[in-house]
Design a protein around this ligand. Structure first.
Ligand SMILES: Cc1cc2nc3c(=O)[nH]c(=O)nc-3n(C[C@H](O)[C@H](O)[C@H](O)COP(=O)(O)OP(=O)(O)OC[C@H]3O[C@@H](n4cnc5c(N)ncnc54)[C@H](O)[C@@H]3O)c2cc1C
Length: 414
């Protein structure tokens, strides 16, 4: 029974904003209250490590929607306010200023939290950077002229994107990675090595199987020293060691296990409370595993699906195959699927020409693909993964056989 005639959304990242848009587009007649602790008009995060950092995109360029979008009478955007408490019994949330807001349905899209390096935080150096918010990226930009040599901790996607952006800005860049091969957890050894070598060929130094043990300087870091004894003079350190979620807001209220547990309709363990995007964990239909995805496309689609299910409960199962992209130098990298394990890889195209797709297969079914400079492969591969069919691997590796044809044939065989 409706009492407040409004839906509250906590978090105005891509998941929350797209959920709000979906509600309005689908003629929700109540009010949508969108709350975010960030003071800036909702913006996009991917450009923060790419165009925005490189200075080729400005504040307006990264907005998810222009200001007018939020002037809709059915929308209330509360910026600079944190939700500090959920009261599901009363169907309200409490803000940091004490205000209590009621809801008929609640959507949690609070995203993820940066992993921080404790020893660095304690020392409070002026030239240590993280990259999650617009404010973080602006801080790097403001200090850019005083940075000649940037040390990056972590050769994950964001660390490597920043490395490419900083090199393009004329900086010297050294990356330290604790694993033996960058990105190997996601892409495997071969593809991780391929990408690392591309960076090295451009002039970026990457040290693997190593990590920084000492940060030296007064108010600013001037030198770092590693476990393997490398001493590097630098004038900026960027930390890119990934993200995690914390369950503080939902503790004791919602089921939480490395993310808020949701069902296929994006509903949490408490009726009328939904979650989507980086903060949510759901059962991936292809593998049956519970996974939490930290990708823009996933957050956008899951936000929209949650909205549709809030309008009409249990109407839209979320089945989107995960997808992300990453731009590094002249590599347009795209990745489809979410394999945690595979027993075969098949190359289609030419690694030498940096134009190829590497398929990851499990029991002859495609479960993932790394696509380099072949953007038109994304859609058919998404279809191939969602169909979960046995494929002819000889054909898969042969560019003369169209992907469409492989999909058709696979559907017939299975
Ligand atoms: C620098 C960077 C580059 C990236 N590049 C790519 C890329 O190239 N490709 C890709 O696929 N993905 C990329 N990502 C990841 C992608 O941006 C995220 O997966 C996506 O933003 C997740 O969206 P979300 O809405 O779930 O969460 P978020 O975007 O994190 O939004 C969550 C929002 O909730 C707010 N919030 C949290 N708690 C509260 C609270 N208690 N009260 C009020 N507000 C709260 C936060 O302030 C935040 O604005 C990148 C991320 C970063 C940081």
């Amino acid at each position: 029974m409706s009492t407040y005639n409004q839906i509250v959304i906590i978090g105005a990242g891509i998941a929350g904003v797209n959920a709000a848009k979906t509600l309005l587009d689908n003629d929700y007649e109540g009010k949508v209250v969108l709350i975010d602790r960030d003071e800036n008009l909702p913006y996009d995060r991917p450009p923060l490590s790419k165009e925005y950092l490189a200075g080729t995109m400005d504040n307006d360029g990264i907005l998810l929607h222009p200001e007018e979008f939020y002037r809709d009478d059915r929308m209330e955007l509360l910026l600079g306010k944190s939700v500090t408490e959920l009261r599901p019994d009363k169907k309200t949330v409490i803000l940091n200023d004490g205000e209590e807001i009621g809801w008929d349905k609640l959507l949690i899209t609070t995203g993820s939290k940066l992993r921080r390096l404790q020893p660095l935080d304690e020392q409070n150096f002026e030239n240590v950077f993280y990259l999650k918010t617009q404010k973080d990226a602006s801080r790097v930009q403001e200090q850019l002229s005083s940075i000649n040599h940037l040390a990056i901790i972590g050769a994950g996607f964001i660390g490597l994107e920043v490395a490419a952006s900083m090199l393009a800005a004329g900086k010297q860049v050294t990356v330290f990675e604790a694993a033996k091969t960058p990105l190997s957890r996601v892409l495997g050894e071969d593809m991780g090595t391929y990408i690392a070598e591309k960076h090295r060929a451009k002039g970026i130094e990457i040290f693997t199987d190593d990590y920084i043990t000492q940060f030296k300087g007064d108010s600013s870091i001037r030198e770092v020293e590693t476990k393997n004894g490398i001493k590097l003079a630098c004038d900026g350190v960027l930390v890119g060691i990934g993200v995690s979620t914390d369950g503080l807001l939902v503790e004791g209220i919602l089921d939480f296990d490395d993310g808020i547990i949701v069902n296929e309709f994006c509903e949490t363990s408490v009726a009328d409370i939904y979650a989507a995007g980086d903060c949510a964990r759901w059962t991936y239909p292809i593998s049956g595993e519970k996974i939490r995805i930290e990708h823009w496309d996933h957050a956008m689609n899951q936000g929209a699906t949650a909205a549709l299910n809030m309008l009409q409960p249990n109407s839209q199962p979320f089945t989107t195959i995960p997808y992300f992209w990453s731009n590094q130098h002249d590599l347009a990298i795209q990745y489809v699927g979410h394999p945690t394990t595979w027993d075969q890889t098949v190359l289609r195209g030419s690694m030498e020409d940096d134009t190829f797709t590497m398929f990851y297969l499990l029991e002859n079914k495609v479960v993932g693909a790394l696509i380099v400079n072949q953007p038109t492969n994304v859609l058919p591969i998404r279809r191939l993964i969602s169909q979960s069919v046995i494929v002819n691997t000889d054909q898969l590796g042969d560019e003369k056989v169209k992907l469409k044809q492989i999909i058709k044939q696979a559907a017939v065989i299975n």
